[in-house]
Design a protein around this ligand. Structure first.
Ligand SMILES: Cc1ncc(COP(=O)(O)O)c(C=O)c1O
Length: 391
């Protein structure tokens, strides 16, 4: 009856069974994985958001495959503030970055082709690739006083059917940005092998400190065909609005061809609704009041974490440059999943095991720095007590 691409293991894993059971028993849980920004106690401009959604122009239908021009101009304005000049024709609006990924995979890859994705990274790539009948080849990031792309390993994994290299900037959950010299190498690989670069920049505005070695945005790259993805889910902390985009750039002829083909893909779906497209400029503006609140939360949770992790603790945290997460390194006397289950069962604390993000070794837990302060503080206290008790 069903396609083989949907032959996923559908049963819950051990950790979700445990959490389900604890919830059934009514056990209060401290959720240190909370990263839904609408549940983290931030002050949104409610009135402004409602007004933006009540635009009478939404009563007429003026389809455009790329999405409403005024909305794309607002997105171009966002990049102009970063010193990057774009033509609105280089921008395609979608309802999520997931949808943008699908458009791009359909544009670049035939069934059985491959994309290279960082490891560890965002867990959705396997699904997005599988749904588009393409394969994922993981390339490693390695940790040495900070995360870096293992370029020699990436080079070795390039194969004839690799169609694109994907980067996440900053990566989820490592919080590491792509450096200029890494980008130079990646673009050279892409040029030489007729591959595209796909950069997911949804967390790009959440940098904890300036670094001149860092790529500002991949949207400016013209050496190879480049797709840069972002959207309101992280920029304005409005995931429920379902507004995202892809910016296309590259050598002139390739860019023209890519835009023409992408236009037909986008025209087939005409995804973004008129009310959201009309609201986009205002919703994008709300980031100016939201991002400082989020950065303040992330910074203060990180400070608290550092204050609690004394040098001789059996637990430490990895360097983080940006994004919404911290990675705890703890003794691999149990698997990450066993640590997460024990913390849930014994202490009522929820954390992500590292394998959720495909870490190549045990000993990593991921926690959200978006968690409200009191929950974060108490959850952290219990994690430290549990680890101290176990070693
Ligand atoms: C790296 C990365 N890309 C994209 C998204 C989601 O974006 P969207 O809501 O636009 O699909 C997330 C959400 O956590 C993410 O971590």
């Amino acid at each position: 009856m069903f396609s083989s691409r949907t032959n996923w293991p559908l049963g819950p894993n051990r950790l979700s069974l445990e959490i389900e059971e604890l919830r059934r028993q009514g056990v209060p849980l401290l959720d240190l994985t909370e990263s839904n920004p609408t549940r983290c106690g931030f002050a949104f401009d409610r009135q402004g958001i409602f007004e933006a959604l009540a635009n009478s122009h939404a009563l007429s239908y003026t389809p455009d495959p790329r999405g409403l021009l005024s909305a794309r101009q607002a997105v171009a304005g966002y990049y102009a503030e970063r010193g990057i000049t774009l033509d609105a024709a280089q921008i395609f609006l979608t309802t999520s970055t997931s949808e943008a990924y699908s458009y791009i995979f359909r544009l670049l890859a035939d069934p059985g082709d491959a994309i290279l994705v960082p490891q560890p990274s965002y867990p959705l790539f396997d699904f997005l690739a599988g749904l588009n009948d393409i394969r994922v080849i993981a390339y490693p990031l390695f940790y040495d006083h900070g995360w870096q792309i293992d370029l020699p390993a990436l080079r070795k994994r390039l194969e004839a059917r690799a169609r694109a290299i994907l980067v996440v900037h900053p990566n989820n959950p490592t919080g590491s940005f792509v450096r200029r010299e890494e980008l130079g190498e990646l673009l050279a690989f892409c040029q030489r092998r007729d591959m595209a670069l796909v950069a997911d920049e949804v967390f790009a505005d959440y940098s904890l400190a300036a670094d001149s070695q860092r790529v500002v945005s991949h949207a400016a790259a013209t050496e190879a065909l480049t797709f840069t993805l972002s959207g309101l889910s992280k920029i304005s902390a409005l995931p429920q609005m379902k507004v995202a985009w892809a910016v296309v750039n590259g050598p002139a002829q390739l860019l023209r061809d890519a835009l023409a083909r992408l236009e037909i893909i986008a025209d087939t779906y005409l995804s973004l609704s008129a009310p959201l497209a009309l609201a986009l400029p205002k919703l994008l503006e709300t980031r100016r009041a939201l991002q400082p609140q989020i950065l303040e939360r992330v910074r203060s949770n990180l400070q608290l974490l550092d204050a609690r992790l004394r040098a001789n603790q059996p637990i430490n945290r990895l360097e983080v440059e940006g994004g919404w997460y911290a990675i705890l390194r703890l003794p691999s006397i149990r698997t990450d999943e066993d640590w997460a289950i024990e913390l849930a069962r014994q202490d009522g604390v929820l954390v992500h095991p590292g394998h959720f993000f495909d870490f190549s070794s045990e000993g990593h837990l991921v926690i959200s720095l978006m968690t409200e302060r009191a929950v974060f503080e108490e959850g952290l206290r219990r994690i430290l007590a549990r680890v101290a008790h176990c070693v």
